[in-house]
Design a protein around this ligand. Structure first.
Ligand code: OSB
Ligand code: MG
Length: 386
């Protein structure tokens, strides 16, 4: 075990010193947007995006956060309803004007887990404060603008020919990296077919925890295909077994579900459980914790990238802002809006330039404007907090 990663100091974003403004209006809004195509993984197929949004208003300025929890607990244990409960009972009472963001996050430390609920609130506050200061969120976080690499996550397809068509479409955009969802029985042959058709493609596979250690021989067969990484092959809650698997595998493993915060990242690095971490800011408690994980990984020489949760334009905009940080060396899961939704709830869609890069939206806060009439059109329920 490499204990240095358990102890090394990691910097805090300057955004921790920003102060919470007086909030005149707090709304929780559930929106439901149909997906252009259902998204299939080894655990579940999602046909619609149902997301909890937090809208914070202060002196006419509005900040938004999008929670990445689903209505179901199939990707992670948090759900829209647990987030609502934790927010109202345990996070909101600490939200006092004048506190710094750092003090707020510290006041939440007795709340164990619930990183998705915490991220939703942190995100909305950071967007609000950046908009009040009329600067982009990356500047508030101490980061500089740059163009963002693109990557696409292809759900499990009907057949190998359908998968080859989907990859060919992605290559025409062109995405910098293609991720294939795999599951038991739809793995080695599927990856081999893609690799044979696209020998130079930056390719990876994500199993969403579908395998156990006894399947190591199957996973070792994937070593033949020069994958950039294999994401979360083993249980959503495991780190140790991934370390055992990694020791016998040439392909770097990437942890997604298993990493909830900086401490999990420390454990994974110390145990050499992975060569890459998928940082979903909406899963690990927000932008500030994500930057700490990225800094730790940079110190360890472990690559990170920004994962997605099929977010609407709000969450996608946070993921773009995060990827301006220097540690995000690998293309992530930020792909074009049009693959998910025929109509989004923000004014600017994510689109790829001819070279596959994504331009960072330039407005204040997360850079995009939330279209309140669209939000209203897709709203299932709205709760105003007194
Ligand atoms: O495991 O990374 C995952 C989507 C929903 C739940 C889990 C995952 C994903 C994706 C899609 O891979 C990422 C995206 O396109 O936003
Ligand atoms: Mg994943």
């Amino acid at each position: 075990m490499d204990q240095q990663f358990l102890h090394c100091a990691v910097p805090l974003s300057p955004a921790v010193d920003a102060r919470i403004p007086v909030l005149h209006k707090i709304d929780l809004i559930v929106v439901r947007l149909p997906f252009v195509k259902p998204f299939a993984t080894s655990v579940h197929t999602w046909a619609v995006k149902e997301a909890l949004l937090l809208r914070l208003e202060s002196d006419g300025v509005v900040g938004w956060g999008e929670c990445v929890a689903d209505p179901d607990p199939f990707y992670a244990s948090e759900t829209t309803q647990t987030v609502r409960h934790i927010f109202k009972e345990f996070l909101l009472p600490q939200l006092k004007p004048g506190l710094t963001i750092g003090e707020l996050l510290a006041s939440w430390s007795p709340v164990r887990g619930h990183g998705m609920a915490k991220a939703m609130v942190e995100n909305a506050l950071l967007d609000l404060i950046a908009r009040q200061q009329n600067r982009p969120l990356h500047a508030l976080l101490g980061l500089s603008a740059r163009r963002i690499q693109s990557g696409i996550s292809l759900g499990i397809q009907e057949s190998i020919p359908a998968l080859l068509d989907a990859v060919a479409d992605a290559m025409r955009r062109p995405y910098h990296r293609v991720k294939l969802k795999i599951m038991q029985g739809k793995d080695v042959a599927w990856v081999r077919a893609v690799r044979e058709a696209f020998p130079d493609l930056c390719l990876m596979a994500d199993a969403n925890g579908d395998y156990r250690l006894e399947h190591a021989p199957i996973l070792r067969e994937l070593d033949a295909f020069n994958l950039t990484m294999v994401e979360q092959p083993l249980s959503y809650s495991d780190i140790v077994q991934h370390a055992v698997l990694q020791a016998g595998l040439a392909t770097p493993l990437c942890l997604d579900e298993s990493i909830h915060d900086l401490d999990d990242a420390r454990s994974a690095l110390a145990l050499k459980a992975c060569g890459v971490i998928n940082i979903k800011q909406g899963r690990v408690g927000g932008m500030i914790e994500s930057l700490r994980i990225a800094a730790l990984c940079q110190h360890a020489g472990v690559d990170v990238w920004s994962g997605g949760m099929d977010e609407t334009g709000i969450g996608r905009a946070f993921n773009l802002q995060l990827q301006t940080a220097s540690g995000f060396t690998l293309p992530g899961d930020t792909s074009e809006t049009a693959r998910y939704f025929s109509e989004d709830i923000v004014d600017q869609a994510v689109v790829l330039a001819d070279d596959g890069f994504i331009a960072l939206p330039e407005g204040p806060g997360i850079g995009v404007t939330v279209l309140e009439d669209r939000v209203a059109r897709y709203t299932l329920e709205r709760e105003s907090i007194p």
